[in-house]
Design a protein around this ligand. Structure first.
Ligand code: HEC
Length: 481
């Protein structure tokens, strides 16, 4: 039978050749991350195809069809949770794979092209995470993606073009879901599978890079075999990864918030964990440095990664002879983790001070220079319930997405203009503190009474160091569109 198949397809010799590969320096658990990432990719493809059988991309059906998968489809909740935790696993594994290759110096000649393809795979995996985040169309999907799209909009020159492309229009809606769906289900998977194929083909051409020692030492080491040694280790780890994903899917199913609703303005969006560090960076950068966080640092890091084989001319692969690479890598990893932890703490604090808990707002904040902030008046409660989710509890806003109200000359300027903004909303690009914002501020006429609007305008004009006159209900009533 085998001879018959071999004669007609060459499959048997191809497989034998594939399996009889030398592993320089011997098989090792250090080399399993690449194959484990590929396993996670296959799991995402399989579970993803299952989800497309039910999912219907449009503002009227995205959330409903996702809910249907949870409630009605046999094993639906389990498969959606496998997809959810599989994404986490794939990103964690691709990062570990990248770090291992980095520290082992495996990107050096002759593996430059393989490395560049790998960095692109890492980037596209993140794009998959970002585009998948919107699809369930729940509150968090909506507001977190709004932040992400607004951040893309801050890129100089091409930003507004990218924003319009991603939204496919002026606001987030059905067309946005379709764009993200197309990217998530067709474009990125096609690129990921094609590039993974290239990555493997080039890998076969160059062979494994082996341990982090220099060429001469490597030659003296006895090579291991791909089959059965390395393949066994790869299989063990992929199996452990699969078992973990299954356990997490059962114990902690993927969350689904209420359906997306642009008027649910007190909702606090939270990013996926792998974007927490970026979120933290934006939180802590002053608004006039926001481009540093949205473009310069992430773009710089990506450029350095892509060009690394040419930037790093050090011929040695031994860690002890590459102090620069080791220290920069350690600093970057530590910085990313620290920013993520800070961002997580911020989000937790924001939740604690969240709208419904008006009492936490009226609690005295201690003598920390906020003495002029009247935290107990009616304006404070209206602000906490309706505005703090976007503009922040202390009026600091969020770089790239929501302008600060503290220290904002527009807020403390002509009261009529501020009242107008509150009543009728605002969109189009505005400049605050040197940074551009181009989002949508919802209109409040009808949602808030004129008295409430007067109170909240008085509040933002006299809080967080702002010092400007109070406004009255009569003034608000006199403002016309
Ligand atoms: C959904 C998020 C969101 C909520 C909730 C929100 N805002 Fe805004 N706000 C924005 C955005 C985005 C802008 C900038 C609009 C633009 O770019 O044109 C803005 C702009 C403003 C401005 C104008 C700032 C300037 O410098 O021109 C003021 C004042 C303001 N908001 C006050 C408030 C108050 C008070 C509330 C609560 C009643 C509130 N906002 C609730 C998103 C929000």
């Amino acid at each position: 039978m085998l001879a018959w198949l071999e004669e007609r397809t060459g499959a048997v010799s191809a497989l034998t050749q594939f399996l009889t590969e030398d592993v320089p320096g011997g098989a090792s658990y250090w080399y399993v991350f690449g194959s484990a990432t590929m396993f996670a990719l296959i799991l995402q493809v399989v579970t993803g195809i299952f989800l497309t059988f039910y999912y219907a991309p449009s503002a009227a059906t995205a959330w409903e069809s996702t809910k249907f998968i949870y409630d009605k489809v046999p094993l639906g909740s389990f498969v959606i949770s496998l997809h959810y935790w599989g994404a986490t696993a794939m990103i964690a594994l691709v990062v570990m794979h990248l770090l291992q290759v980095l520290l082992f110096g495996a990107y050096k000649k002759p593996r430059e092209v393989q490395w560049v393809v790998g960095v692109l795979l890492f980037l596209f995996t993140l794009v998959m995470g970002l585009t998948g985040y919107l699809l369930p169309w729940d509150l968090n999907a909506f507001f977190a993606s709004q932040v992400a799209i607004n951040i893309a909009g801050t890129v100089p020159v091409i930003g507004s073009g990218i924003q319009t492309f991603l939204q496919d229009g002026a606001t987030i809606g059905t067309l946005t879901i379709n764009r993200f769906f197309g990217v998530h289900v067709w474009l990125m998977p096609a690129l990921l599978l094609a590039l993974t194929g290239m990555h493997l083909a080039i890998f076969r051409h160059n062979g494994g890079a082996g341990p982090a020692v220099d060429e001469a030492e490597l030659k003296k080491m006895k090579p291991g075999r791909f089959w059965p040694n390395q393949l066994f280790m790869d299989a063990v780890v992929s199996f452990i990864v699969f078992a973990l994903i299954c356990a997490l899917a059962v114990m902690s199913p993927a969350p689904l918030d209420d359906k997306a609703d642009p008027n649910q303005t007190s909702f606090q969006p939270y990013p996926a964990w792998y974007f927490l560090s970026l979120f933290g960076l934006l939180k802590y950068l002053p608004p006039n440095l926001e481009l540093l966080g949205t473009v310069v640092l992430p773009g710089g890091l990506l450029t350095v990664l892509i060009l690394l084989p040419w930037l790093d001319r050090n011929p040695s692969r031994r860690l002890s002879r590459r102090p620069w690479l080791v220290s920069i890598t350690a600093l970057t990893v530590a910085g990313t983790i620290a920013l993520s932890v800070l961002a997580q703490m911020q989000i937790a604090a924001g939740r604690a001070a969240s709208p419904t808990v008006a009492s936490s707002v009226s609690a005295p904040t201690g003598g920390s220079g906020t003495a002029s902030t009247d935290t107990s008046g009616p304006g404070a409660k209206i602000y906490a319930a309706n505005c703090s989710s976007c503009h922040g509890a202390s009026g600091a806003g969020m770089p790239g997405a929501f302008p600060p109200l503290a220290g904002n000359a527009y807020v403390t300027g002509n009261p009529k203009a501020v009242e107008h903004t509150l009543l009728y909303g605002l969109n189009g690009a505005i400049k605050v503190g040197g940074a551009t914002y181009n989002g949508v501020m919802p209109p409040w006429k009808g949602t808030l009474s004129n008295a409430d609007i007067a109170n909240v305008v008085t509040y933002i004009r006299s809080s967080w160091g702002n010092k400007a006159s109070a406004v009255t209900e009569a003034q608000v009533s006199s403002v016309t569109k």
